[in-house]
Structures are given as structure tokens and as C-alpha cells.
Design a protein around this ligand. Sequence first.
Ligand code: PMP
Length: 354
Amino acid sequence: MKHNFGAGPCILPHEVFQEASKSVVDFNGLSILEVSHRHKDFVAVMDEATALVKKALNVPEGYSVIFLQGGASLGFLISALNMMRESKKASYINTGAWSKKAMTEAKKAGFEVLEAASSSDKNFNYIPKNVVIDPSSDYLHFTSNNTIFGTQFKEMPISDVPLVCDMSSDIFSREINVSDFDMIYAGAQKNMGPAGTTLYIVKDEALGKSTSSFMPTYLDLKTHAEKDSMFNTPPVFPVYASMLNLRHLIKNGGVQGAQERNEAKADLLYNEIDNNPLFEGTVAKEDRSNMNVTFLMNDESRLDEFNALWQDNDIVGLKGHRSVGGYRASMYNALPIESVQVLVELMKQFTSKG
Ligand code: PMP
């Protein structure tokens, strides 16, 4: 068995792979890949996937759950276009690469983009606490978990203007209060399912209110809310596999259960990083992500030796992002604690040998 610490696409439960693969051969007498998306058997899949998102996150009345394509990268633009109101000013908390891309798209949508806070002074290794929101902003946007830099908002920002969040890399990993947000969006390929679909959870009141003069039909979330994500051909297989994964999540204690397991995994690895003299975390302790653990190995002369050790022990995906260097252990919902134990044991073994 491989221990997959990859940042995304990433590990999903083995049972989900097994069931999803069966459906490629036989979903309802036809393969899931050939069945019409208008067939009642697929409509039932879309309905169940939508209902399971609502159940897992306790989505209150008055919100729509939508599955689209385009990834969170299109979500940067879709969120901006749909949230545009009178002022055409938008505030963004800049916590690194993904926030910056979101800001770029908001500018392309026609916004004056304001930086409400930034951690760029320290290569994004912390979550900025002093958030200054221009009260005339149409919304405040933030990235709840910064996949590249390994930081995570432990408390969501408080805002008088509507809150919009890119939750791509920690949705379903911890409990959230959906009613705090006007819009949440997330690429599927961390904790929801395979790449290919993007989840939007949007307050119905926010739909159809955009002042943007440019609003293609597909980019208008109202289009999809009104058609239950069936305006055009949805990404049938990613939605089906996401549904299986959400069933698995609910069966295993829901988001609360996942959160407990994720906290235990994070404690285990951060403890080793803090206590092992050869390793060092890259992020301010209070802002450390439970999803993406970024760390360095202090002895340059032994890098090759450490890399060979984890690779020889079936660990994959541990290399850090080029903008941070070192290592990144991504520990999404489906990563078992046993994989983290293997990594921690190797770190101990490596240090005692040196
Ligand atoms: N936001 C975050 C926080 C991400 O981690 C990623 C990449 N997985 C993206 C946005 C971009 O997502 P996508 O590749 O689905 O466009």
C-alpha cells in the first residue's frame, strides 16, 4: 500500500475507488460513462449528492448547492461576477498563491480590488489577523486553507460585508457555519471526490443580483440553481464518485468525525516536527493547517538520504511546493492515521541514525 501525501488530486477512500470502478462497467446495465445525464438513475445521483452536501455541512434553508465544472480557478471569476453589486469594490485577504489568483480574476471582472490584509511580508507563513474591510466593499473574499503555504484560518474572519470563501482544500474536513457565508466554492479534488467538478454553496438571496454588464449564461449561478446543476451536461463521473465519497463520510461520523481524525493526525505530525531536532515547521504555530503540513529538514547534507528513506517506504507526494521548498505532507480526510505513523517513525529513525 502506498501512503499518499499528495496535495491534490489526492487520496480518497479505497471503498470509493472500488465502487466507482464497478459503475464504469455497470451502473444500471449501462456504464456510468455512457448513461444519459437526463436518465432518472443519474438524476437520482445528482439529487443524492446535493442532499449529502447539505447534510454533511448542515446547510440551512435558503442556500443552493451546485455542481459545476471549471475548477476553483473558474470559481475565482464566477464568485466575483456573481457578487458584484453597486460599489464594484471587493476586499480580499491575501494569504498567498490562490488568493492572488482570485484577486486577479476579480480585477478582470471589473472590480477595484482592495487588500484587506496580507501575509506577503513573511512569504505567507501566517494568517494575517488585522483585517481592514472597506465597508463599501461588495464582499470579503478569503481562502480558508492555503494548500501551498500550509496555513489555515482557525477562526473565520468576521465581516459586515458578505463573506465569500475558497474552501477548496479544507471543505468537509472540519465543521463550519454555512450561514456565515454568502458563497463558498471548492474544487472537488481534495476531500469531495475526483477532479472535474466544483462545488458552490450560495445564499439564494445573493443570486441574480449582479450588476456586471458581462454575465454569460454559464457563469451566472442562478442558471444552475434553477436547473439543479442540470443546465448542461454535468460532469457525471466526478459527481457520482463525489456522491459515493459523501456517503462514506456520513457513514463514518460525518464532518465531525473527520475533524477529530484530522486533528489527531495533525497533532501526531506537528509533535514530531517540534520535538525532532532535524525538522522544523515553516508556519506560525497558531495558523498551522491540519490539511497541508509544511516543514523543512535542517541538515542539507542528508537531504538525499531522507528522500530515499521515505520513497523506499512507499510514501509518495511529500515534496514541498517550489515556492516554499522542503516538504509538504497533505493529510486529507481519506489519509489513514497509519500513514502518518509511518512517516513519523521514519523521521525518528532517520534522526537516531544521524
Ligand atoms: N484554491 C485552492 C485553495 C487550491 O488548493 C487550488 C488547487 N487545488 C485551487 C484554488 C485551484 O483549483 P482548481 O485546480 O480546481 O482550479
